[in-house]
Design a protein around this ligand. Structure first.
Ligand code: COA
Length: 486
């Protein structure tokens, strides 16, 4: 029994040792597989991870968007603002323009005869220009080739125009699945989606005009181009986000910014106020202090401050002759006592009618009139200097002349002077977004078709003979097209 048991035991041991060995083998294999998997995972993680920090000095490791090539089909203002910003950040922006005409703004609001207008030059800096007739068969071929060579296509044509050129998203996506296709349109999907839109239409449709101006007057548009440049900014953000996502997904996508949406986004505090109306009057609006009832919609608020700290525009010394001798003055609650001392009303610090923000609300008109008596004794810059010593938030009303001459804006590159072969030196607005490791690349705008040959040769790799054939086809120029037709 024992033997048997032994034998059985041995048997059992023998029998058990085989599967045990097999198990060990399997375990070893599994562990090896795991190690390989782990190594692969580590490698992949390393590949996906950001590279080691550059040892190059700050600002000398290239630009943020180096390596990004943009097929720029934009015109007028909204689209060009977007691609100009991306160009400032290092993207290679190739602007495709209609032969002989180009972006319509080249000839709009001209100040120098025969030269590209400031309208154009200030919105198309740091780009290259190629002329292609996008409706010519050969032009279409070149565009297809460009699609394959670029990362982003940006356009702000009227709805449907890009499709009519044959550049539908499906077509682009088949040619280059990695391409981001970014568009500005006036309106998003809905009843107005087919409408053409310009700046002021967007300001009106996006809620800015109905809330700008004085209560007694008509709606007003603002000088800041929130519909065009504002939407261009939104689009630029959408593009860089799509490029970032592409690093994970390997594919492009559509980016759409409707001007109405962009304006509404910028006017969101007014939609805030619309909802607050349900709970009673908007006490920070001066119409509350004046005892004027509120209607059903957010009213125009003149120069009232948009936030919870009341403010107004006040005259300064010289206002009779200088239309910009004004200052924006904010009666911020934490510095109220300093304001009282400065304007010679120390008694307001303890007077129950003036001492608290709520007590002041119905008296804002009279309070600002009193402060104005004080601001009128000084220039806007003297008011600024005096108030800043006491942390009182004020802003001089700066004219465009003053901004153009402001040395600190030149020093930071916000205002840049560039040279141009046909119009001479001009001022432009550089990159308002400062990246510490990516200095802005602000260069003059291109002449119409200035880089046509360069792009055909260096980007699209056409031979000299092919370039000659393309030119002869009439796809690049109006004159040759006509000659061909004749
Ligand atoms: N070769 C051949 N044709 C070209 C071309 C090229 N390189 N570039 C443009 N075109 C054609 C377009 O294909 C279009 O032709 P189609 O209507 O026959 O299809 C035509 O030029 C005009 O384009 P469109 O965008 O309609 O220009 P527009 O001057 O009539 O309208 C806007 C201008 C701004 C109102 C309109 O483009 C628009 O609503 N854009 C969207 C909103 C926007 O960005 N507005 C702000 C402007 S700052």
């Amino acid at each position: 029994m024992a033997k048997r048991t032994k034998s059985a035991g041995r048997k059992t041991n023998k029998a058990a040792s085989k599967p045990a060995r097999a198990k060990r083998k399997i375990a070893a294999k599994k562990s090896a597989k795991k190690t390989v998997k782990l190594k692969v995972a580590t490698k992949t993680a390393a590949a996906n991870a950001a590279p080691r920090p550059s040892s190059k000095p700050w600002g000398q490791a290239g630009r943020a968007l180096d390596g990004v090539r943009i097929l720029d089909f934009t015109h007028v203002q909204s689209g060009p603002t977007c691609t100009q910003l991306l160009a400032y950040m290092g993207a290679d922006v190739i602007k495709v323009e209609r032969p002989g005409i180009g972006d319509i703004t080249r000839g709009q609001l001209r100040d120098v005869k025969g030269a590209d207008s400031l309208y154009f030059t200030m919105l198309n800096g740091s780009k290259r220009s190629i002329t292609i007739d996008s409706k010519h068969p050969k032009g279409k071929e070149i565009l297809d080739r460009l699609v394959k060579q670029c990362d982003v296509l940006v356009e702000n044509f009227a709805p449907g125009a890009l499709d009519r050129m044959g550049l539908t998203f499906d077509h682009i996506n088949k040619l280059n699945p990695r391409m981001v296709v970014a568009s500005v349109k006036g309106f998003g999907p809905g009843p107005y989606e087919d409408c053409k839109v310009y700046e002021n239409v967007a300001q009106c449709a996006g809620g800015s005009a109905s809330t700008t101006g004085f209560r007694e007057g008509p709606p007003l548009v603002t000088g800041a181009q929130i519909g065009d440049s504002g939407t261009g900014l939104h689009l630029a953000l959408g593009i860089v986000a799509a490029l970032y996502q592409r690093q994970r997904t390997g594919r492009g996508q559509k980016v759409l910014c409707a001007m109405q949406d962009g304006v509404l986004n910028l006017a969101r505090v007014k939609l805030r106020d619309q909802q607050r109306l349900k709970s009673g009057p908007l006490t920070e609006y001066s119409q509350y202090g004046e005892g004027v009832a509120f209607g059903a919609a957010t009213p125009r608020a003149g120069n009232d401050s948009g936030g919870g700290q009341p403010g107004w525009i006040l005259k300064c010394k010289g206002w009779e002759n200088d239309p910009d001798a004004y200052v924006y003055f904010i009666t911020q609650a934490p510095v109220w006592t300093a304001i009282c001392d400065l304007i010679g009303k120390p008694e307001w610090k303890t007077d129950a009618d003036y001492a608290t923000p709520n007590a002041r609300l119905p008296r804002l008109k009279q309070i600002f009139a009193t402060i104005e008596e004080w601001t009128m004794t000084m220039t806007k810059f003297e008011v600024m200097e005096t108030c800043n010593k006491h942390d009182i938030p004020v802003g001089p009303i700066l004219s465009m002349k003053e901004l153009a001459e402001e040395s600190s804006l030149r020093a930071t590159g916000t205002v840049v002077e560039v040279d141009h072969p046909t119009r001479g030196r001009y001022l432009t607005v550089g990159n308002p977004i400062k990246l510490s490791d990516s200095p802005a690349d602000v260069r003059r705008s291109p002449l119409l078709g200035e880089h046509t040959d360069e792009v055909l040769r260096d980007v699209l790799r056409f031979s000299e003979q092919e370039i000659a054939d393309i030119k002869a086809s009439g796809a690049l120029s109006v004159a040759e097209k006509k000659a061909e037709a004749a």
